[in-house]
Design a protein around this ligand. Sequence first.
Ligand code: K7E
Ligand code: CUA
Length: 620
Amino acid sequence: MTKNRIISGVLGVMAGLLVTVIFFADFNQSDNTANADNKSNAQKVYVAPGEHDDYYLMASGGHSGQLFVYGLPSMRLIRQVPVFSPDPATGYGFDDKTKEMLNGYKWGDFHHPSISETDGEYDGRALFATDVGNNRAAYVDLETFHTTDILEIPNIAGPHCAAFVTPDSEYLFLPTRFSVPLGDEFTGLDEYSEKYKGVMSAVKPDFENNTLEVAYQVILPPWAYDLSDAGKGASDGWGFLSTYNTEEATTTLEINASKNDRDYIVMFDWEQISEEVEAGNYEELNGTKMFDPIEHPGSVYLVPAPKSPHGVDVTPDGAHFIANGKLSPTTTMFSVEKAFEAIKNEDFQGEAQGFPVLTYESVVDKEVEVGLGPLHTQFDDKGNAYTTLFIDSQVVKWNLESGKVVDKEEVSYSPGHLAAVEGDTANPGGNWLVSLNKIAKDQYLSVGPSHPESMDLIDISGETMEVVGSAPSQPEPHYAQIINADKIKTTEVFEKDEGRENAVWNKEDAHIERDGDDVHVYGIAMRSQFVFDANSESPDAVTVKEGDTVHFHITNIDRDQDITHGMGINGYNENFEIQPGETKTLTVEADESGTFPIYCTNFCSALHQEMTGYLLVEPE
Ligand code: K7E
Ligand code: CUA
């Protein structure tokens, strides 16, 4: 019974029998309606056991550095994919390859996922991630849900304003949140405005090898670049970045970076910049090509936008871009056509750090009074936009054509980003939207004082919005993207590649080779045994000498769906998993003599508990 009903019940009794009857009759009726609503809402999100969700929700894991994969509409958490931080469950960062990829980093801060696109639509090949904490970008292969490459990017500090892919995934762009002196040299804060720079990296994905590389970088003024979106359709070839701290404050930004009534949206012509770099218009800096748009003008323009805008979002047709002014009660919609016109006519209201500032009145299309604290905007297939209101704890639906607010829906609480089905692409879905809330407070069973973040699932198929589901989320989804499940084609088992380095495909071929102090174990894992040396009396034992380095090259020869083995070494602080048909190498130092049991850590068969062996380290 809800509090309202209790109160009305008490009031009803106090007011006498007749009135009581009327009261209860009344409220029972509305309660029935509410029950019926809850029932139909439950049906909307119910996905029966064994049935699959229609969509994947790919949520960034913020300062956990990981990717969280949910099913929609059930909101079931399906998988945590390690990206920027080690993961003991899978041994990510433990085995040789992923250890090298992580390169000693203990954490990452993953804000914005970006699914690869073809013709402005998600193509399901890869998901790109960026790490604000340690200046990295990652390639996550969506066939295996494995991180296959991590790129450390020089000359930058905090690529928050990233990553966004261009409509055919030519590039992903990573502009920075922090400005630092170019070339890593010490420079005092008193020289901030002259010597500090924002830097935008253009990173090129290689879909053959599932890797990334820096194509070039662009020098930008010493401002904070917050969020970005790629142009498409009418604005194809362009990119849009939001800025704050155009005041160039170096301390107490809370106050000092909020002084100006307007900051800027940076418009840049990436096609032109790419051509200029191709033509040799760059300088080398720490091994990358650094392009300076002040030296080679005509590719970067500024558009004034109300006070410290957060998100900037391009409409599905590419004809408008929308700035969400976190400190103003409006979102501002600009016209791409008008911006091009202003550039052509040199209709500038001034300049900042050497870049032309387009005249606000010439470029603005409308200012929409959405409510307090607008942060991010997504789209549906019916010409509507959806904007989060952090301060009002609401999602607001408004019409792009009329600029009128259509509906507001309460969420719990303080939404940051939101994700609609393919809602940032050229072809949004229009049925579901997830509000990614920063504060959950009392929404779930308490694990206080700190609670999880929360996600509210909103049905946006009708005229009005309705929250129909909710799930706690792991730290901390900044952005998420929702992709049609039929676009993701996963690998069931890794191919049996006879030529694969370090792989052994028959248990009879498992053997151990010594090379000085290095011991190479070419072993297999299968239900329900490890075989390290087929010719030994104890094929599941490895005997080495104190001071040796042991390289376990293990192939999981069980090529059956979902038969994953793990290999933990007791007392050794090592564990890694080997998925069906996969080969992995784990290198350990045998620096202490002793007897160390080895066991399978992934429950794989009725005799899983018997899947053991020994690492025997003889004293010197
Ligand atoms: Cu949290 Cu996209 Cu980093 Cu907005 S950002 S909320
Ligand atoms: Cu293999 Cu458990």
